[in-house]
Design a protein around this ligand. Structure first.
Ligand SMILES: [Zn+2]
Length: 278
């Protein structure tokens, strides 16, 4: 599943290609993927920006004929969704669910493809994301100053579930999934099954630093590609070559030489160095 670094990489790859262009048409190949409550028009929208919040992509729009009329395309890729920019028109596959045609000197296409079909696209009023329950309940962005040590510590002290479950909770901090969660806990030297409220202030600070580090590194390496994830131009990320524990079970820890193990914690396959993580 794409996490913050993957979604951010998609955003950065697409922004210069789609900003300022007009959506001539949205072709709907599978109607359950696009949620358009108010039946807004599917054409004539100029793309004014592309933002990210947590794992959501937010495409800001204005009507080309009436710039006072705004809208928003909100995209969640869930497990296997992809947004792919193409300058050559290809036959849609059975996994192509939406196709955006973009006006320009040469026409281009933005295809929403999704093998598992859990991904969704919403056409909303301008800044409609603020009314969306999933997005409105998101915690702070991990790289923002808004995510303070004090607020993080307060949340951890109020919860007794595993620290892994708390880090995966999008209302605590936005955008972290299984890969970056396991990597951050390893880097901080904290066992993922520790009760959240057992972490000292020093450990909490170390964990926050580790989260920020792995998220920045993940973005720097253009995300982690195992099977599905690619950026907006179909390019793979490279962070899988730098992972310390995720999917390295059975291999030796790069720090201490102990064998990395995999256990189920918070309902997820969790990768741990039993020696480095206490
Ligand atoms: Zn180790």
């Amino acid at each position: 599943m794409p996490e913050l670094p993957e979604v951010e990489t998609i955003r950065r790859s697409l922004l210069p290609l789609i900003q300022g262009r007009e959506i001539i048409n949205i072709e709907i190949l599978h109607p359950d993927i696009l949620i358009n409550h108010d039946q807004r028009p599917l054409h004539g929208w100029e793309i004014t920006g592309l933002r990210r919040r947590g794992k959501y992509l937010l495409i800001d729009l204005v009507q080309a004929s009436d710039p006072a009329e705004g809208a928003l395309l909100m995209v969640h890729l869930r497990m296997t969704g992809k947004l792919l920019y193409r300058t050559e028109e290809i036959e849609p596959t059975k996994h192509t669910h939406l196709r955006f045609s973009l006006k320009g000197e040469n026409i281009a296409w933005l295809d929403f493809e999704d093998v598992r079909r859990f991904g969704r696209v919403w056409l909303l009023p301008a800044f409609g994301e603020l009314e969306n329950p999933g997005l409105a309940s998101l915690g702070p962005e991990p790289l923002s100053a808004e995510w303070s040590l004090e607020s993080f510590r307060d949340i951890l002290q109020r919860r007794r579930t595993s620290i892994k479950a708390v880090l995966l909770d999008q209302t605590v901090v936005a955008g972290i999934g299984n890969i970056y969660c396991d990597e951050a806990l390893f880097r901080a030297g904290i066992s993922p099954d520790r009760p959240s409220n057992s972490l000292s202030t020093e450990e909490t600070a170390r964990l926050q630093e580790a989260v920020r580090y792995v998220i920045k590194e993940g973005i720097g390496h253009r995300g982690t590609s195992f099977r599905d994830y690619v950026d907006g131009l179909g390019g793979k990320g490279h962070f899988q070559q730098h992972l310390q524990v995720y999917r390295r079970n059975g291999q030796k820890c790069t720090v201490c030489g102990e064998t990395i193990v995999k256990r189920k914690i918070a309902g997820r396959g969790t990768h741990i160095c039993p020696q480095c993580q206490k």
